[in-house]
Each structure stands twice: as C-alpha cells, then as structure tokens.
Design a protein. Structure first.
Length: 489
C-alpha cells in the first residue's frame, strides 16, 4: 500500500509528459486528489507503531520503508497543499506538473524511508525538480543558485555522517547496516565523543534546509522571488524538522544535552531576527517568508527540548505551519493575480472591496499569530510548555518574541484591510476554486484548533518511542562511563 502511494506521483509525472498543454491542470487536480484520498485512507487504517512496512534488499541501498503517525501526517500535509495549489494556481506549463509530482514522489519516499541511505537518495533527488522550478520560473536566478549551493553542501555533510554511523555499526556487529530501526537498538552503542561528529554532519544539513539562523540566508529571497507554487512547497515539506526526529534525537541525545543552551539561543535569535525584518518589510510575500522563518525557529526550539510536550507541539506545529503559511502564500497570489503587486503600501481598505477574501485572510492571519482556538495555538502552547519545563527564561524570551510577531501581523492586517485609500481599488471577487481552497484551509485551521486530540492522540505513541530511544541511549552512555571508570581504577 505504501509503495503504491509512493509510486503514484512518479507514474503521474511520467504520464504528464505526454499530455496536451490545456489538459495539464485538470490532470494535475484529478491525480493530486486521488493521492490525497489514498493518503487519508492509509492514515485512517493506521493502528500504531511502524505500519505498512516493506523491505527489498539490494547490494547498495536497501529499499526499506514504513511509516508512523508523524510521517503519515506530514505526507498528508504535502498531499493537501499540492492538491489545493493545483486548484488555485494557474498552471501554464506541463513541466510544472511533472516537476511537482516528481517532488511529491521524493517527499513521500523520504518520509517513508527506514534506511538512512534511501532517505539520503530521496533528500538529494528532491533538489532536481526544485532547482528546475526556481531556475526556470523565478525572477532571481541567483537565489536558486544560492539555494542549490547551500543544500548540496549540507547534503554532503549528511552523507558523511550516515556513512560514519554505518561504519560504527560495522565495528560493533561485523557487517554494514544503514537500517534506522537497527540503529535505534540499545545494543548499538555510540560513544559520546563520536556523537559530536555525527551531530555536526546532520545538524548543519537540517539547519540549512529548516532554515535555522544563521544558515537561513538563502531562504527569504527564494521564498519571496520564486513562483508561489515553490514557496508553498518549501513551507509544506517538513523534511528538515523530520530529519531532526529521525536522526539527531535518537542518535545524538548526549550531544543535545550538552549543547541545548546554544541551540535554544540560536532558535530564539532566529525567531527575533526574522520577526524584526518582517516588521520592516514592505513586500507582502517577503513578510510571509520572514514570518515563516520565525515560526520554524519555534518548531526547532520545541524539538531540541526533547520533552513530550515540546516534541508533540513541534510535530503539531509543523502541520499547522504548512497549512497556515502555505495558505497565506496562496492568498497573496490571489491578490497579485488581480493587482500585479506585492507592495503592502498599495493595498488599502480591502475589507470593503474584498469582504469574503478579508474574512479568509483574517482566519489564516489569526492562526499565524496563534490566536486561541486556531491550529497554531495548540502547537505553540505545547512547545512553550516544553521549553518552560527545561528553562523558564528561554520560554519567556520565546513567548515575548512570539508576541512581537502578533504585533506586526495585526498592524499589517489593519493597514491592508481597514486603512482608507484615495484611489478606488477594483472590487475583488473570488472564483469558486479559490473559495473552495480558502474554505478547506480555514476549516482545518478551526477544526484542529478546537479538536487537536484528533491528531495529538495518534502521534503520542511515536513521540514516546523517540523519547524511549533517547533515554535508552543515555543510559547506555552512563553505563559505559561507569565501566570505563572501573577499568581506569
């Protein structure tokens, strides 16, 4: 079943090559809807643990796949945003359809990978359609080059870290293995000093893709200057935070303990830095981009607390961030399609000229600032709870920075929708497809804000499993220290 879900977008991309230009959009909407339904079916039939597991051994990369609830929800986020993007956006070129389906194939494969090398293959291959879309359709090719250089350098470090862990496994058991489930076993002991090297390789790769301060410099221009479809995809595909959960937490818990304060400070500085720039920008798309970077800092901060609330909140907030920020990018595109500008000073009194759009934009914006009873509030509240249980000062700083984000977003909304304009703006009437897209996003924002247990209950066991692996590895390290002390004595 999982293999079929993976291969569905791959074969769809192949079929799209032979379509007529005018058939591309209808084909893309239909296939993306079927993939979404398939994804929902797998989620509803999920009953805990690693499900839908399938393994096929080879000489180089073992095709070992399986998913937990975290992976399934992140796949669902990917499927939702691709489906809604195809409905909302004008697709003029079938190469866009081919690229997006290839990208979806890579993302689903990455989330399903239970082999580290297979994870790396999907991680690296996902760069190809992204670079193509940025390079061909962006008005700033330098941003695409910068993104490629950053991502490629990070990927090389991740590959070295994967090979090194495989070598450590060989030293312990006499054979090479890149199977993640084997790496998680308590019998596989990773010394504290070695954890530091592994951590550096994985952390830099994931920090670049997150993007986490100070590795974020590629992101604002790529988000702001790339086509809206690319911007939506980048905020919807939570590859890097997922990598933290799959590799850094289970394999290097002791290093995280030592450098927690440094990582927390980097996250808080990144949240503050991006929020301040968003406060000053005059471009709507750049505003959403910097706001996204600020919120992703909150996600990583929750992950590195390695508490139950912090991890649960981060996973929930990943899903919320993709829905809300992706929705804001789509809403910005709807404005641009009518008025041909992202200049914030241009938009005035939209509440009068676009009342329906104003309502949907308000729902997404209020969720972005984590208003209670919206989807983002739940994740952010749990993250702050997790941070406070580790260090109250970090929680206060993070909470204060989040308040700053609320100030600039509300200020922008006031200026765009209620400030009067001398020039009379053309009335904005949403199309049926656009109303459908914004309605679905708003429904998800409100439903999961009111009933978050629908998702939290399913990811609870997976979060506990990650914490158990970390605890087991910490105990193994402590036992090894005692043995070394006895030998030294």
């Amino acid at each position: 079943m999982l293999s079929l879900l993976m291969l569905f977008p791959f074969f769809a991309a192949f079929i799209a090559l032979f379509l007529q230009k005018e058939d591309s959009k209808s084909f893309a909407v239909l296939v993306s809807f079927l993939i979404l339904i398939f994804n929902v079916f797998l989620l509803f039939n999920y009953h805990g643990g690693i499900a839908y597991e399938f393994s096929l051994n080879s000489l180089i990369v073992n095709f070992h796949i399986g998913v937990d609830a975290i992976a399934l929800y992140l796949m669902l986020l990917c499927s939702i945003m691709i489906f809604l993007s195809f409905i909302c956006l004008d697709i003029q070129d079938k190469s866009v359809v081919v690229s997006i389906f290839l990208l979806q194939f890579c993302i689903i494969g990455l989330f399903a990978s239970l082999d580290a090398l297979l994870f790396y293959v999907f991680w690296e291959f996902s760069l190809i359609p992204l670079i193509y879309l940025i390079g061909r359709y962006s008005d700033n090719y330098k941003a695409g080059i910068k993104f490629f250089i950053y991502a490629f350098c990070g990927s090389m470090l991740m590959l070295l870290a994967i090979i090194y862990v495989g070598f450590l496994y060989y030293q312990s058991f006499g054979y090479w293995s890149f199977d993640l489930l084997a790496w998680y076993q308590s019998e596989f002991f990773i010394p504290e000093s070695v954890q530091n090297l592994i951590f550096i390789g994985f952390f830099i790769a994931f920090a670049i893709k997150s993007p986490l301060f100070p590795f974020h410099t590629w992101a604002p221009k790529v988000y702001a200057k790339s086509p809206t479809l690319v911007s939506v995809m980048l905020v919807s595909f939570k590859m890097a935070p997922f990598g933290f959960l799959r590799f850094i937490l289970p394999l290097t818990p002791d290093t995280l303990n030592h450098y927690y304060s440094l990582l927390a400070i980097l996250c808080i500085v990144g949240i503050l830095y991006a929020a301040l720039i968003a406060f000053k920008t005059k471009d709507l798309k750049e505003l959403i981009a910097y706001s996204s970077i600020s919120h992703l800092g909150v996600v990583i901060l929750g992950i590195v607390t390695f508490t139950y609330n912090g991890l649960s909140g981060s996973v929930f907030y990943m899903f919320a961030h993709g829905i809300v920020t992706g929705g804001l990018f789509l809403a910005a595109y709807m404005l641009y399609k009518r008025y041909h500008t992202f200049d914030l000073d241009f938009y005035k009194n939209l509440a009068k000229t676009a009342p329906v759009f104003s309502f949907f934009f308000a729902v997404l914006l209020f969720s972005s600032i984590s208003l209670p009873l919206t989807i983002s509030f739940v994740g952010e509240f749990l993250i702050l709870q997790g941070i406070a249980s580790v260090n109250l000062w970090y929680a206060l700083f993070a909470g204060g920075v989040i308040i700053l984000g609320a100030i600039y977003m509300l200020n922008i909304y006031r200026n765009m929708f209620f400030a009067t304009n001398v020039e009379k703006m053309e009335k904005l009437v949403l199309k049926k497809g656009e109303i459908f897209v914004l309605s679905i996003l708003s429904a998800l924002v409100i439903y999961l804000g009111i009933a978050p247990s629908a998702m939290l209950d399913q990811i609870a066991l997976n979060v506990n499993s990650i914490l158990e692996v970390m605890q087991t590895r910490n105990i193994a390290i402590e036992n090894q220290k005692i043995i070394d002390d006895i030998r030294g004595f």
